[in-house]
Design a protein around this ligand. Structure first.
Ligand SMILES: NC(=O)c1ccc[n+]([C@@H]2O[C@H](COP(=O)([O-])OP(=O)(O)OC[C@H]3O[C@@H](n4cnc5c(N)ncnc54)[C@H](OP(=O)(O)O)[C@@H]3O)[C@@H](O)[C@H]2O)c1
Length: 230
């Protein structure tokens, strides 16, 4: 069945992979990102805006939505003593408050049976050095997911995915040499890092009727990183 899905922060590598999957699946997609984006056919509608700061243009969104995905995120990795409080606040703004604002803006449009997907990170489940700020923000996202899942059931399902290192511009500095890439693959039980398509596939599933009995969950798409020790 054709769905109407909104993606906030669709300029991300994972957002682009999800957009393609949804359009290939015959769905209608409404995207926002800070930069310009060429609309990919008649079922793709784009508004260039920062979801944290601006409202949607008048008449941009349809009357009802079957789903919403909040993609924006940050990665400020530093020793705790070097992480200024402002960084914690900025990360909280983008990762948590952006999701809060985006969901509040579209909440009335969410149909019965619709699905909201947010992003956490493997670094919430597994403590990792230098991740204090991002883990604190994404931990808050996980709390938001469970609370909203409870509050909006049975009408709306709310879940998050928690990736480990995935090949996108956000993680570029961690894999920009052969040696770094090899070391990062080696850390994962499945000996690979993630691809944007791995995340897009899980989000596509969570938006679909196949996930009709799943809510309040954090899906760990992480090459085994959060639960397996080799
Ligand atoms: N890549 C990884 O290894 C990894 C691991 C764990 C979790 N994640 C999460 O995965 C999600 C997608 O990220 P990605 O890896 O696909 O990264 P990406 O390709 O670099 O995309 C970055 C995303 O963050 C948004 N963004 C960045 N700075 C922003 C700001 N100042 N204000 C508003 N929006 C801002 C971008 O929005 P625009 O579309 O407007 O540019 C875009 O949606 C994020 O939530 C991230 O935390 C990624």
């Amino acid at each position: 069945m054709e769905k109407k899905i909104m993606i906030a922060g669709a300029g991300s590598a994972m957002g682009q992979a999800l957009l393609k999957k949804l359009l290939d699946g015959g769905h209608e997609v409404y995207t926002t990102s800070r930069g310009d984006m060429e609309e990919k056919g008649s079922r793709h509608h784009h508004a260039s805006l920062n979801i944290l700061e601006s409202d949607f243009p008048e008449g941009f969104l349809p009357e009802s939505l079957d789903g919403m995905v909040y993609m924006p995120g940050t990665i400020n990795l530093k020793p705790f003593k070097a992480l200024k409080p402002e960084v914690f606040l900025e990360d909280f703004q983008i990762n948590v408050m952006g999701a809060v604002k985006a969901i509040q803006k579209i909440q009335k449009k969410l149909k019965t049976g619709s699905s909201v997907v947010m992003f956490s990170t493997v670094a919430v489940q597994q403590g990792m050095p230098y991740h204090a700020s991002i883990a604190a923000s994404k931990g808050a996202v996980e709390g938001l997911v469970r609370t909203l899942a409870a509050e909006l059931a049975p009408t709306v399902r709310v879940n998050a995915i928690a990736p480990s290192l995935t090949d996108t511009p956000l993680s570029e500095r961690m894999i920009n040499t052969e040696d770094k890439l090899k070391a990062m693959k080696e850390r994962h039980p499945l000996k690979e890092i993630g691809r944007p398509d791995d995340m897009a596939s899980m989000i596509y599933f969570l938006l679909s009727e196949d996930a009709r009995w799943i809510t309040g969950q954090i899906m760990h798409v992480d090459g085994g990183m959060s639960t397996i020790k080799k």
